[in-house]
Write a protein that binds this ligand. Structure first.
Ligand code: NAD
Ligand code: HSE
Ligand code: NA
Length: 430
């Protein structure tokens, strides 16, 4: 057998520990599939003495993770520290400068610096592999980039954040409010170190930016993704969604339209009957639409030590076999330059929930705003009766342009009988 692939791991937390364990427990099958053993030889983390359930004695220890790149006995660096800046970025740059391959689970790094890092990897002819960065253990990078390579992909969408999906599922199943469920998700260890990355949609947007780049063959463009999180979803919206035949999901959606590429992360109402509506709890799912293949859906675990290690190890096996595709599927000169479409030109049906004072004439004021803006109503719901107090009223529109809907929210929010800023949830019918 050829000489082992020598791997350095930077970061021995949840994912790093999982990778060590998988490489140890499944060493035989991994060596067979890689054509040679894969051996971790050097590591770096903050706490040298922490018990990780896997021995690290005998591995070269570096206090400075960036120094791993220069270790002459290391072939591949695995970055499992996290963060788009600082040490993770410095390590990625040092790894390419040393002419070595990089494997990372760091979606923030790729979303923000992916275009430059990919160019740098390509220039040196080394791999930049990141299956773990999107939807953890689900092999979605490989599926989109290699499995669907012959298709024109028109859309890719998914449940890309397990924490949000867990929170929304718990809110629906238990009728609980957002803040209580978030505390549980943090205890379970699914939430990112900064929970706002999860609940404000940023983590999902990082992942969507990567998926959109792969689906449409263009450099990653995180700053073009429209992002909204789930903080404003309340138990009352979940109950109304149920009544209307929908589930509320935080989706990342990227679509090729005539005007360019639309990329957005926000809470959506999806019909209860579509498969993605039934992906619950911490599970992730990705749906892609190709011109020859039709619709493909992948579902599985997007986080956790085991699933994430599974993706990292698959990347290491590809590198051991010397199998690699250009980062965004085609070399830099072949990438698409399709423009991004701003969110203001999005068109679709909307759900708007108002808290209004329960007295005659209030709805007439609201519908006057909609009339003035040319917004057509499909239905309206009001539940409960408490004269003089705030009650929820839900309006569902026909296809409407986002810019008109935003204006409606502004104007309706200013009506003296409307007690709080209206909640807007886009309805996805496909
Ligand atoms: N946890 C998951 O389920 C999951 C899933 C997919 C992707 N990811 C990504 O994987 C990466 C790692 O996540 P994690 O959950 O394992 O994080 P973690 O916090 O559990 O581990 C981070 C590790 O990095 C080390 N570290 C931090 N700063 C360092 C420094 N300056 N020098 C050396 N070591 C340093 C810490 O000591 C720790 O060992 C992140 O990019 C994350 O977004 C995680
Ligand atoms: N915090 C992420 C997991 C890592 O990608 C999630 O909740 O899905
Ligand atoms: Na993946």
């Amino acid at each position: 057998m050829t000489r082992p692939l020598s791997v350095a791991i930077a970061g021995l937390g949840t994912v790093g520990g999982g990778v060590l364990m998988m490489l140890r427990d499944n060493a035989d099958i991994i060596a067979a599939r890689a054509g040679r053993p894969i051996a971790v030889t050097a590591v770096s983390a903050r706490d040298r003495n922490k018990d990780r359930g896997v021995p690290t004695a005998g591995l070269r220890w570096y206090d400075d993770p960036v120094a791993l790149a220069a270790d002459p006995a290391v072939d591949v660096v695995v970055e499992l520290i996290g963060g788009s800046e600082g040490v993770a970025l410095a390590l990625a740059e040092a790894t390419f400068a040393a002419g070595k391959a990089l494997v990372t689970a760091n979606k923030a790094l790729l979303a923000v610096h992916g275009a430059a890092l990919a160019a740098s990897a390509e220039e040196r002819g080394v791999a930049l592999a990141f299956e773990a960065a999107v939807a953890g253990g689900i092999p979605v990078i490989k599926a989109l980039r290699e499995g669907l390579a012959g298709n024109h992909v028109s859309a890719v969408a998914g449940i890309l954040n397990g924490t949000c999906n867990y929170i929304l599922t718990q809110m629906r199943e238990r009728g609980r409010e957002f803040a209580e469920v978030l505390a549980d998700a943090q205890k379970l260890g699914y939430a990112e170190a900064d929970p706002s990355f999860d609940i404000d949609g940023i983590d999902a947007a990082h992942k969507l930016a990567i998926l959109a780049a792969l689906a449409f063959g263009r450099p990653v463009a995180f700053d073009q993704v429209h992002v909204e999180g789930i903080r404003r979803i309340s138990a009352v919206d979940i109950a109304f969604a149920n009544e209307l035949g929908y589930r509320i999901k935080l989706l990342g959606i990227a679509r090729q339209t005539e005007a360019g590429i639309e990329a957005r992360v926000h809470p959506c109402m999806v019909p209860q009957t579509v498969p993605i509506a039934r992906v619950d709890g911490v599970f992730n799912a990705v749906v892609a639409e190709g011109d020859f293949v039709g619709r493909v859906m992948l579902q599985g675990r997007g986080a956790g030590a085991g699933p994430t290690a599974s993706a990292i190890v698959a990347d290491l096996i590809d590198i051991a076999r010397n199998r690699f595709t250009p980062v965004w599927g085609a070399s830099a000169s072949e990438l698409s330059t399709a423009p991004s479409v701003p969110m203001s030109s999005h068109v679709g049906p909307y759900y708007m929930r108002l808290m209004v004072v329960d007295r005659p004439g209030v709805i007439a004021d609201v519908t006057a705003v909609l009339r003035d803006l040319g917004i057509s109503l499909e239905s309206m719901l009001q539940r409960g009766r408490s004269p003089g107090e705030a009650v929820p009223v839900v309006l569902v529109t026909h296809e409407t342009k986002e810019s008109a809907m935003r204006e409606a929210v502004e104007r309706i929010g200013r009506l003296p009988t409307v007690m709080e800023e209206p909640t807007l949830i886009r309805i996805e019918t496909e």
